[in-house]
Design a protein. Structure first.
Length: 210
């Protein structure tokens, strides 16, 4: 009798618990199952996006090699606009920018580089976009703007590139002492790399006080 009573009490207790908590359990199971399905969907979606972007970028590289100007811009912008969450969008922006610099269209080049600066979260991409932007500005004759863009940056491992570019900017402004100092910093920071071009730039400045 005691056993039957205990079982009945357990059943009643279970009914009471289910009445109080059953809804939340069902909701939790549904949400958990939904999250699993959603997670798998997004994984597959991102994989598909990456594959499609890769195919488009491969074609873009062919367009670049064949110097198909309109195709480069059209396909590159398509990748940027439709696959912006993949690395191929940044690579496409860089590709268009370089192509436009070669054509002398600095405005279009800067627009693509600015997109990278505004949208990329990868430090290496941001550094490269900033360095290339400053180089384009220097080519446009805006040396002061180029220097302002890179003068207060935490350069880290990109210090040699920043300092060499600063040297180029200072040299264009005929500020030879500052240019020499920047080139020397670049050489020191990259003492194990190939510095033949950088050393040539430094040598071209002549000795200090000459």
């Amino acid at each position: 009798m005691v056993a039957n009573t205990t079982e009945e009490e357990q059943i009643e207790s279970l009914k009471k618990w289910w009445k109080e908590n059953g809804t939340s359990v069902v909701v939790g199971l549904v949400l958990g199952f939904g999250a699993l399905i959603g997670g798998n969907y997004w994984i597959q979606h991102n994989k598909t996006q990456s594959q499609n972007a890769s195919l488009e970028f491969s074609q873009l590289q062919d367009d670049l090699q064949q110097s198909r100007s309109d195709a480069v811009v059209t396909r590159g912008d398509h990748i940027i606009n439709n696959f912006s969450d993949t690395p191929y969008a940044v690579l496409s922006a860089f590709a268009i920018a370089k192509f436009k610099v070669d054509e002398g269209d600095f405005l279009s080049a800067r627009a693509r580089l600015q997109w990278v600066l505004d949208n990329s979260e990868q430090a290496e991409f941001i550094h490269m976009a900033r360095i290339r932007m400053a180089s384009v500005m220097l080519a446009e004759g805006n040396a002061d703007g180029a220097l302002s863009l890179i003068s207060t940056i935490e350069a880290g491992e990109y210090l040699p590139l920043y300092e060499e570019l600063k040297g180029d900017i200072y040299a264009s402004l005929s500020q030879l002492s500052q240019a020499r100092g920047a080139y020397e910093k670049a050489l020191k920071a990259n003492d194990k790399g190939n510095n033949s071009l950088l050393q040539m730039k430094l040598d071209d400045l002549g000795s200090e006080g000459a």
